[in-house]
Design a protein around this ligand. Structure first.
Ligand code: 2GW
Ligand code: MN
Length: 297
């Protein structure tokens, strides 16, 4: 693999990868065709990334929705493990969106770390719970969250941190490779194919299939992303359409049109159901087992 242009770029500000070593993982793709790094364990220097972030005195936001049964089921472990592994040593502000602020567990927070609870209404259909996040995030990014954070990660709550998720993951815009699909041929990827949907991708379109359980970036970039997705979701709804993977389909359309500045390997959000694989060295987030039948009725 040739040198990833962004590997040299990363010596400048704002890529937070330290000196990239894409050659340290010859068995995996470490660079996108448009020159963004794909971050795998061993390809970055976590200490340099940490130093860069600390020097810039960043505040990093982490948003998570915990509505209905997902609050009791997942939120406490998500937050407790984030305290251990997410952006350790940086200033962090958690934004928990829920319809029951009183039920949010009191997790002990380290120095420089704050938690804010934001009230949301509970949507009736689960698809709507998931899709409403884009609109709510857009509003939050235009409000206090947008004023107090420089970079923000938006995550699903049905997962927990299992290893360091640090400033090496930061960039202007960040997409997560979906652990089920990262090695699939492009034509098989589950993009929305209905040409009437705002999320539509034609055959031959799409770089990678990204997972909506983790995306991030600067406040400005995420304002654009959430506006695009919320608009697409509303457009589809007005026409009686719903994309195959809901908000995730629209996220994939956005990242096709606006390439992410950094891509996270599936190590950053791994599904334990897939078992062990040689290229997955140190998973940083692990999905909770899917209990769709139990939770989606
Ligand atoms: C969602 C589905 C079925 C039953 C409940 C819920 C639900 C989701 C809920 O009752 N309460 C709640 O707070 N949520 C939030 O939405 C929560 O943060 C959760 O992690 C997120 C997405 O729902 P989830 O995790 O059940 O969906 P996944 O893991 O299948 O997610 C992928 O696909 C989704 C769209 O179908 C989203 O794009 C998601 O970001 C993807 O990871
Ligand atoms: Mn999920």
């Amino acid at each position: 693999m040739g040198v990833c242009p962004s590997a040299t770029m990363s010596l400048l500000r704002d890529n937070f990868t330290g000196a990239l070593r894409p050659w340290a993982r010859p068995e995996v793709l470490t660079c996108t065709p448009w020159g963004a790094p794909i971050i795998w364990d061993g390809t970055f220097d976590p200490d340099v990334a940490k130093q860069e972030a600390t020097q810039q005195n960043l505040t990093i936001g982490l948003t998570v929705f915990a509505v209905g049964r997902y609050l009791e089921k997942y939120l406490e472990r998500f937050l407790e493990t984030a305290e251990q592994h997410f952006m350790a040593g940086q200033s962090v502000v958690y934004y928990v969106f829920t319809e029951r602020p009183g039920a949010v567990p009191r997790v002990a927070l380290g120095p420089g770390r704050r938690l804010r609870v934001e009230l949301v209404v509970r949507e009736r259909r689960w698809q709507d719970v998931s899709m409403a996040r884009m609109r709510t995030l857009h509003a939050a990014l235009g409000g206090r969250l947008g004023r107090e954070a420089h970079f923000v990660f938006c995550m699903d709550v049905d997962q927990h941190f299992s290893s360091t998720f640090g400033p090496e993951a930061l960039a202007e815009s960040v997409a997560q490779l979906h652990s089920w699909h990262y090695h699939w041929p492009r034509w098989l990827l589950p993009f929305e194919r209905d040409a009437h949907s705002a999320a539509a991708m034609a055959r031959g379109e799409g770089d990678f299939y990204y997972h909506a359980a983790v995306f991030g970036g600067s406040v400005a970039a995420l304002r654009d992303l959430t506006a695009h997705c919320a608009r697409g979701l509303a457009w589809d709804r007005a026409r009686g359409l719903e994309a195959r993977w809901h908000d995730e389909s629209h996220l994939n359309k956005f990242f096709w049109l606006h390439k992410p500045a950094k891509v996270l390997s599936p190590e950053f959000c791994w599904s334990p159901d897939l078992g062990r694989r040689a290229e997955i060295r140190r998973p940083r987030l692990l999905w909770a087992p899917k209990e769709y039948r139990l939770l989606r009725d």
